[in-house]
Each structure stands twice: as structure tokens, then as C-alpha cells.
Design a protein around this ligand. Structure first.
Ligand SMILES: CC(C)(COP(=O)(O)OP(=O)(O)OC[C@H]1O[C@@H](n2cnc3c(N)ncnc32)[C@H](O)[C@@H]1OP(=O)(O)O)[C@@H](O)C(=O)NCCC(=O)NCCS
Length: 180
């Protein structure tokens, strides 16, 4: 018997967002193969497409458990995976959530999908009781930083972090989720 599919948490047009499960690992790896430039930006060379599977299924900030992790997949109508989102509840403090990853298949970028996904994610996060959202964007990701600024994120601090064999400066940013 097939494992029951994860429920849809929110939708954007024909795209459905649901939790990534172990069964999705091959699809996630394929997405990783299409997003190697993004993986390389953070982890250095050679980029490993399996990294996205780790990011969405197991990666956790210090002191957190999988109960607080939501590795989400953005699926097209037919089920094909076009994006990944990772959020962690109550990190670094209660009420604040941490967005560890937002990545789209390059063919689905620059058409407004990221903006629409963020709007629905924010709505869903409010429903979960989140009051603010934090993230860190690499100094090597200028367009990523512009995207977050347009989404209302403001700089908190800069930190140096090492992933894989690459050390980078990261801009930590946050935005409130309170309705203004
Ligand atoms: C960052 C990311 C998730 C944004 O998603 P997206 O769907 O590309 O974002 P949008 O389309 O809403 O906006 C991005 C760009 O498209 C432009 N754009 C928005 N709507 C558009 C539309 N309807 N038609 C054409 N261009 C559009 C925006 O002006 C913006 O341009 P800029 O980055 O050159 O300033 C996606 O580009 C991505 O996966 N990038 C690689 C991973 C990454 O950097 N993640 C974030 C850092 S952790």
C-alpha cells in the first residue's frame, strides 16, 4: 500500500505546498541537481545535490528537534517538485520562526512565484502563532538579499559561518509577522 500523502498546507495558483517526506527524497535530489549553483554558493565545490535532501529532511539549528522542523515542498499540479522551503518553529526564541531555505527551480524564478509563496507562507505562519520570521542570506547572494528586502526583512547583524568547505559572511534579517 502506498504511504498516505502529506496534506496540503497552502496553495499558490496550481502549486501545492506540503511537508516533504522520506518518500520525496528522490524528487528533492532531482531538484538539487537543478539548483547546483545555489548549493555551491553556500557549501562550495563540488556541489552535492543530496544537500537539499539533508536541508529539507534533517538539518536543524542547535537545540531544536524534528518536531519543530517543517521542510516543505512546492509541487506542480502533476506532483513534480519545483521548490523547497524550510522553516523551524521558535528559533532562536519562542514566537520567532527561522527560515533556513527558500529555493525554486531556476525555470520557475523571476515570475513572481517566490513573492506569492512568501505571502501564503506568512499567512500560514501567523496561523501557527508565529510573530516574526528570521533568516540569513549570504553576502554572495545579492539578488537573494534584494528579494528579502522587498519582502520587508530588515538587517539584524552580520555573522561569519562555514558550511561544507566554504566560509561566508551572512546577513541576518528579520521581519515582523504582525498585521500592520
Ligand atoms: C529567491 C527566490 C526564492 C525568489 O523567488 P522568485 O520567484 O524568483 O521571486 P520573484 O519572481 O517574486 O522576484 C524575483 C525577481 O523577479 C522579478 N519579478 C517579480 N515578478 C515578476 C514578473 N511577474 N515578471 C518578471 N519579473 C518579475 C523581481 O523584480 C525580481 O528581480 P530581481 O531579483 O532582479 O530584483 C528565487 O529566485 C530562488 O530560488 N533563488 C535561488 C535561491 C535563493 O537565492 N534563495 C534565497 C536566499 S536564502
Amino acid at each position: 500500500m502506498m504511504a498516505p500523502r502529506e496534506e496540503t498546507l497552502f496553495e499558490v495558483e496550481a502549486y501545492r505546498v506540503r511537508r516533504i517526506s522520506r518518500e520525496d527524497a528522490p524528487l528533492v535530489r532531482k531538484l538539487g541537481e537543478r539548483c547546483l549553483e545555489h548549493i555551491e554558493l553556500h557549501y562550495g565545490s563540488p556541489p552535492d545535490p543530496q544537500q537539499l535532501v539533508h536541508d529539507l529532511l534533517t538539518d536543524l539549528p542547535p537545540g531544536k528537534t524534528l518536531a519543530d522542523k517543517f521542510g516543505l515542498g512546492v509541487h506542480e499540479g502533476g506532483g513534480w517538485l519545483v521548490g523547497g522551503i524550510d522553516v523551524v518553529r521558535d528559533y532562536p526564541e519562542p514566537g520567532e520562526w527561522y527560515l533556513g531555505l527558500l529555493v525554486l527551480d531556476p525555470r520557475h524564478r523571476a515570475r513572481g512565484l517566490g513573492t506569492k509563496l512568501m505571502a501564503e507562507l506568512v499567512h500560514w505562519l501567523r496561523g501557527q502563532g508565529a510573530r516574526s520570521l528570521r533568516l540569513a542570506v549570504s553576502e554572495h547572494n545579492e539578488s537573494g538579499r534584494r528579494f528579502w528586502e522587498r519582502q520587508g526583512f530588515e538587517p539584524v547583524k552580520q555573522v561569519i559561518a562555514e558550511f561544507g568547505n566554504k566560509q561566508s559572511v551572512f546577513h541576518v534579517m528579520r521581519r515582523t509577522l504582525e498585521e500592520r
